[in-house]
Ligand binder design. Structure first.
Ligand code: GSH
Length: 247
């Protein structure tokens, strides 16, 4: 059975949403992102930097959302959410999947590092750098705004891997109010958020955000946890397709 290592508020909700949408059985292991749980030796044997998501299946370990989405759809999707191999639609799905993580989310990450309230920000943030990244992210979102058709999709006529990938950075951006001048994009993420499987996958994230707001002063910056003495992991029987974890 698929094992999903999940942490509320992180990209692993993409995978949770996909598994819920497909109705696939899976085992979920939940860790708190903002304390040391992601540095548990047990988890770092599976994922050397303790990032989310990680999926284990049949001895295979994957730690990139896009690869996980494609793997799950190709192996277990039964054709759902998957354009024909080699079709122009598949090329467009790939394009939006790369766009999501390689372009939009990069700028969002820079914004978050420099402008988020603790515990999201880095130790020495430079707000002007974050602000410029926010402007660039919104400029890039103009590409999505232009690609969204009147029927609300940008590829084909239903969900694809691109929607699962886009859900993470766009949901966050929408919460930050970035799409006020991009009505199609705002409506698109609103429609996705209205899907029952999405609502079920995001529920723990929303609950966690509520508690975080109350507890923020107690939390260390998640960057500052990197500066703490996090023990190196050595030896052990890691998954077969992984090299030994980083020190
Ligand atoms: N490109 C990866 C990014 C994974 C990632 O950076 N996840 C964040 C949470 S949203 C994380 O765990 N970061 C911890 C770190 O970078 O050390 C993906 O799309 O899955």
């Amino acid at each position: 059975m698929i094992v999903l290592h999940h942490s509320p508020t992180t990209r692993s909700f993409r995978i949770k949403w996909l598994l819920e949408e497909l109705g696939l059985p899976y085992r979920e292991i939940v860790r708190d992102f903002y304390n040391m749980e992601r540095h548990d030796p047990e988890y770092r044997h599976v994922n050397p930097i303790g990032s989310f998501p990680t999926v284990e299946d049949d001895g295979l370990v994957l730690t990139e959302s896009g690869a996980i989405i494609n793997y799950v759809l190709r192996r277990y999707g039964g054709g759902r959410f998957l354009p024909a191999a080699g079709s122009p639609q598949q090329a467009l799905v790939d394009e939006w999947m790369y766009w999501s993580e390689g372009l939009f989310a990069v700028h969002q990450r820079i914004y978050w590092d420099h402008c988020a309230p603790p515990p999201g920000c880095i130790i020495d943030p430079i707000p002007s750098v974050g602000e410029e990244a926010r402007r660039q992210a919104i400029r890039y979102a103009g590409m999505l705004e232009a690609a969204l058709r009147d029927d609300g999709w940008m590829v084909g006529d239903g969900l694809t891997g691109a929607d699962f990938m886009l859900s993470f950075p766009l949901f966050l951006a929408n919460m930050l109010g970035w799409f006020e001048s991009l009505p199609r994009t705002a409506a698109y993420i609103g429609r996705i958020a209205g899907r029952p499987a999405f609502a079920s996958a995001i529920a723990d994230t929303l609950a966690y955000l509520g508690t975080m707001r109350r507890r923020v002063p107690e939390f260390p910056s998640f960057r500052s946890t990197e500066a703490l003495a996090i023990p190196a992991i050595s030896g052990g029987d890691g998954p077969s397709n992984r090299r030994p974890p980083l020190a």
